[in-house]
Design a binder for this molecule. Sequence first.
Ligand code: HEM
Length: 208
Amino acid sequence: MALSIKRLTASAHRDAEAAVGRARPFASLGSYRAYLTKLHAFYEALEAPLFERLALLVPDADARRKTGLLEADLRYLGALVDPAALGRPRVPRISSPAAAMGVGYVLEGKTLGSRFLLEHARQLDLDVGRGASFLAGYGGRTGPMWRVYRDALEHVVVVGGRRAAVVAGALATFASFTRWIDTDAGGARPSGLGGAATESRAACPAAE
Ligand code: HEM
């Protein structure tokens, strides 16, 4: 089952991977900081609405939150800023449990792939607890955490018959991530200026 979601989102994964490549996060400490700052804004925007739903759907939901890890890494690097300073990413609107599971699939899968990037961070003298905790994710628990998520996902897809909504949620998340990473942070509209403070965070077309 998870295999078919992987297949149906493979090209979106390639796009997201390419965006990370363009950001060149490991070219220098400066670009690593800039990349993490982008990730922080993205996770901060997405995790609150996401975990409202996931708490009821997935075991260990709270342990899956990543915003805190990103904040710890940025604090270590002396680069923690209010994510609003970059402008707000457009994140998927989470309108159903199945959409939430699709959004969560992308973030959990990213944790799976991120551990391979830890080696690159080590070249910059970073590690778990020293600026690269986000990349390390669940450490030795990564495999089991993924399998638990995959089982919960399978339940929603097979028992709930909600494959299309899960895939739509995943595709919207990949697209939103890729667009945000490709956005020039300097060009993003800062909130709190020119009336934008009253504007609620924009959402992508419903990931229903
Ligand atoms: C340089 C960037 C990236 C690399 C090298 C990479 C690499 C990988 C690798 C090797 C896996 C398989 C891991 C395993 O089976 O143990 C994986 C899975 C996955 N990655 Fe990435 N990834 C990258 C970026 C991303 C990004 C930016 C996202 C999301 C925004 C993402 C989402 C996923 C998902 C959802 C899976 C799970 C696929 C499945 O098994 O169903 N990846 N990635």
